[in-house]
Design a protein around this ligand. Structure first.
Ligand code: DGT
Ligand code: CA
Ligand code: CA
Length: 571
């Protein structure tokens, strides 16, 4: 069981307690516990289950909490949570995610108006019942309606991070059943798309009833939508739906190939089968009525004359031609990454100190990092002016002297202001080891303005990289209007690196832009933009995005060893 999963149960507990009007001290204790668990360097479940050590040795975890974690690890849930869930409907919890609604307001909507779902809430807003409620008013009712509309729009797809966490937790638990011999995620989640519409799981099991019963009772599952002999569809508490299909062992590879998709990729693969006089479906590869293959995906691809194609490439964007020609790229892997060049500390809006970030990076096997706190324009994050930045760099120097085995660059994430100048002057930028320039404000400016800003930053001799170029937040903020052809040409010409920001709501550059950038020889840096030590774990999402772009170790600047990265930087 993942720490994140345990943390989310505590977070849910805090939400439920707050809606029930519990005292704020208790609520805060659970929220703190949730954060502590997320930042834990070891698996809480392993500590509890295999080492016999007590969790109380970790900071911020007392007796009571350690006992609760143990109960979760051993039983999958908490009696207290089950009790609260029976009192507060899931729809009420979903209201918390609507902009403008906190636990107090949600409690009023639930207890005083009896609203239990988003649909209830919407009709009550339209009917004027919400505006009439004490402490609400017409304006709040309208904000809630707008929030619901937005939630309906983005709620249909979920970020890959949430998709992966849910899928992997359920896969892990299904694997524990002795009757389940194989189980894996398929669909867009396996292809590592930025967002997933629903989750698709496949299993081989001697007893499908047992697998389906486990899923029906799983702590992440809200309710069962439908259940047949071999297929079950459930709704998760996060709102997303999941299909579990139980297939025969000889069909597992064919089903994985079919349900991984994409549809566009599968159409071409099926056509190749037909051209060879074969029939390909989710059960196997057939000649006439004779079963030829289907136990593994490798077999299926081999039957159509191709090597195995990594799921991240299956979008019919050239991967079949590469496979045919034997020139599939050896995709970058998480283990290839040597450094992380974008992260924050308590100097601005990060949760950990320079030292904690460096130690955490080192513990993850990284050989070099850049500390890149915000520049002064970002006032809400307590951005640094030149004087504070120079002091911050002295602090970094001190930590450098104290920790061995990891290089720490004195960096800055410098805003490209709305008037196209940089937020800090050239003198101070010239003293940095590493400068990432970014757009944060004025993202809605017209294309020419945006381009002037980006091109000015690229031409500045002190700028090493452009971070999260489009500034988008998936599902909530649209990207800036960039002319990528001009942008990429300028970056290539001036030797400026471009970032794939690994934050799951950013993933910026996206896959197509990253492929285009790399094809021009621009070194790509995959950064986490971590704001806490656990944020360093987001690297995996950036690596997945790079894999979808078809990139290899050679294409990624921070996959190079320190001495080679240094040379690249000196250019
Ligand atoms: P999503 O859920 O919207 O993020 O995207 P996917 O790719 O997971 O799509 P989904 O869940 O509808 O179906 C999973 C895979 O199953 C899909 O990638 C390809 C395969 N599949 C589903 N329906 C069809 C179909 O009508 N024709 C073909 N060729 N394949 C299909
Ligand atoms: Ca899907
Ligand atoms: Ca599906």
């Amino acid at each position: 069981m993942l720490n994140q999963h345990i943390a989310s149960l505590f977070e849910e507990l805090a939400d439920l307690l707050e809606i029930q009007g519990a005292n704020s001290f208790r609520v805060r204790a659970y929220r703190n516990a949730s954060r502590t668990l997320e930042n834990l360097s070891e698996s809480a479940a392993d500590v509890v289950a295999t080492t016999g050590r007590s969790l109380t040795e970790f900071e911020g975890i007392g007796q009571d909490l350690a006992q609760k974690v143990r109960t979760i690890v051993e039983t999958g849930s908490l009696p207290q949570l089950v009790e609260l869930r029976s009192q507060v409907p899931a729809g009420v919890l979903q209201m918390l995610r609507i902009a403008g609604l906190g636990p107090k307001k949600v409690a009023a909507l639930f207890h005083e108006l009896g609203l239990a779902t988003l649909a209830d809430l919407k009709s009550a807003c339209i009917a004027g019942r919400v505006a009439d409620l004490k402490g609400f008013g017409k304006k709040t009712a309208q904000t809630i309606l707008d929030g619901i509309a937005h939630a309906e729009e983005v709620g249909r797809r979920m970020l890959i991070s949430i998709a992966r966490d849910s899928a992997e937790a359920i896969v892990h638990d299904l694997k524990q059943l002795p009757t389940v011999s194989q189980v894996s995620v398929a669909g867009s989640c396996r292809r590592r798309q930025e967002t997933c519409g629903d989750l698709d799981l496949l299993a081989v099991s001697a007893d499908s009833t047992e697998a389906m019963d486990l899923l029906a009772a799983h702590p992440l599952v809200e309710n069962v939508i439908s259940r047949g002999e071999t297929k079950q569809r459930v709704r998760l508490r996060s709102g997303i739906e999941l299909d579990l299909r139980v297939v025969a062992a000889e069909s597992y590879g064919a089903a994985m190939q079919y349900f991984t998709g994409s549809k566009e990729h599968n159409i071409v693969i099926r056509r190749r089968a037909q051209e060879r006089g074969l029939k390909l479906n989710e059960y196997g590869v057939y000649r006439g009525d004779d079963y030829l293959a289907g136990r593994t995906e490798e077999e299926v691809y081999e039957a159509v004359g191709l090597p195995f194609i990594p799921p991240e490439l299956r979008e019919n964007r050239g991967e079949i031609e590469w496979a045919e020609a034997g020139s599939l790229p050896r995709l970058i892997e998480l283990e290839d990454i040597q450094g992380d060049l974008h992260m924050h500390t308590t100097a601005t809006d990060g949760a950990a100190t320079i030292r904690e970030m460096a130690e955490a990076a080192k513990a993850r096997g990284l050989k070099y990092i850049a500390i890149t706190d915000h520049s002064k324009r970002v006032t809400i994050a307590n951005g640094l002016d030149a004087a504070r930045l120079r002091q911050h760099w002295r602090d970094i120097d001190r930590v450098r002297g104290e920790i061995s085995g990891i290089e720490i660059l004195r960096g800055i994430e410098c805003d490209i202001l709305e008037d196209a100048t940089l937020d800090l002057d050239d003198q101070v930028l010239s003293e940095a080891d590493w400068v990432i320039a970014v757009l944060h404000y004025g993202l809605k400016q017209p294309r020419e303005k945006i381009m002037t800003r980006l091109l000015n930053a690229i031409r500045n001799p002190h700028v090493d990289a452009i971070g999260h170029p489009s500034g988008r937040l998936i599902g909530s903020r649209p990207p800036a209007d960039i002319d990528y052809k001009t942008f990429l040409q300028a970056a290539a010409e001036h030797g400026v690196m471009l970032e794939i920001n690994s934050c799951p709501s950013r993933l910026d550059l996206n896959d197509i832009q990253a492929a285009a950038a790399s094809s021009l020889g621009i070194p790509i840096v995959i950064d986490t933009d971590a704001h806490s030590t656990s944020g360093l774990d987001d690297l995996t999402y950036g690596v997945d995005q790079a894999r979808r772009a078809g990139l290899t170790k050679r294409d990624i600047a921070n996959a190079r060893p320190w001495n080679e990265f240094q040379k690249l930087l000196a250019r």
